[in-house]
Unconditional design. Structure first.
Length: 272
């Protein structure tokens, strides 16, 4: 199929955000369809396709559909100043992390290869039979977040946001109502602007991404992490604004500016 109408392709196991994006896409005249398998639909090979789904789906269809999937650099968090992260974060390998003799929060920097959580020591991490020693990981000091927020960012500006957790438990609310009556929403946006300014100065993000921040138990704001918008849940954020960020983050590679090239996900060849 050759068409000038952009297509939003959603992963087969569509989630709540996917349903919202499908509706938002239809309102603005885009064609939206849900994939029936983990293969690039033949009829879309010549279309202008944008994608929303998890990393496995992006890998499965991305190369054939000519997608440019943007994601923050794996070491982005380590390049931010301590004043913004609220804890020391190190990029290392799973082999090194297995030598830890203290509690630490350990996570894969991009894909969810194992559970991101606090491990009592390195011996509790997945062993050599599960993951290779050179698997990249992020290791950080343990910090407890009281409230956590997700911000969808496009061209250095916050386009949409939502609270998603309180005391480590899922607690979804629109950014505005989540801050009432103490003005927390204003603090969220102010801190995120500081993060984006610091990022532009020395730890750049792709033009479209997701930044998660939170208030720690000592009352300070800190960055949680950054993620790919095309694979992130929108929670209670405005779907129309989320769609703007998703379309840029997971669309035709040929339409991306040169400044986004360093943030392209390395897509595998898919053998049929």
């Amino acid at each position: 199929m050759t068409t000038d109408t952009p297509v939003l392709l959603l992963a087969p196991r569509i989630n709540e955000t996917g349903l919202q994006l499908r509706t938002a896409a239809g309102r603005r005249g885009l064609r939206a369809c849900v994939a029936t398998s983990w293969q690039a639909p033949r009829e879309l090979l010549d279309a202008r396709v944008h994608v929303y789904g998890g990393p496995l789906f992006g890998d499965a269809v991305g190369r054939e559909l000519g997608l440019g999937l943007l994601e923050p650099a794996a070491d982005w968090l380590t390049r931010l100043p301590l004043a913004l992260t609220g804890r020391r974060v190190t990029a290392t390998t799973l082999a090194e992390a297995r030598r830890l003799r203290r509690p630490a929060f350990v996570k894969p920097p991009v894909d969810k290869l194992f559970a991101a959580r606090v491990y009592p020591d390195g011996g509790a991490l997945p062993g050599p039979a599960v993951l290779d020693a050179d698997t990249p990981v992020l290791v950080s000091e343990v910090v407890r977040f009281v409230t956590e927020y997700r911000l969808f960012v496009l061209d250095g500006e916050v386009r949409a946001g939502s609270r998603y957790a309180v005391d480590g438990e899922l607690s979804v609310a629109p950014l505005e109502s989540a801050g009432a009556p103490d003005g927390e929403a204003a603090e969220v946006l102010a801190f995120t602007r500081d993060v984006l300014a610091a990022s532009a100065a020395g730890a750049p993000l792709p033009s479209a991404s997701v930044v998660d921040i939170g208030r720690t138990e000592n009352g300070r704001w800190a960055v949680v992490e950054a993620n790919a918008a095309w694979a992130s849940g929108g929670y209670a954020a405005d779907p129309e604004a989320v769609l703007d960020v998703v379309l840029r983050s997971g669309g035709p590679a040929a339409q991306l500016p040169a400044t986004d090239r360093p943030f392209l996900r390395d897509l595998p060849e898919v053998v049929r």
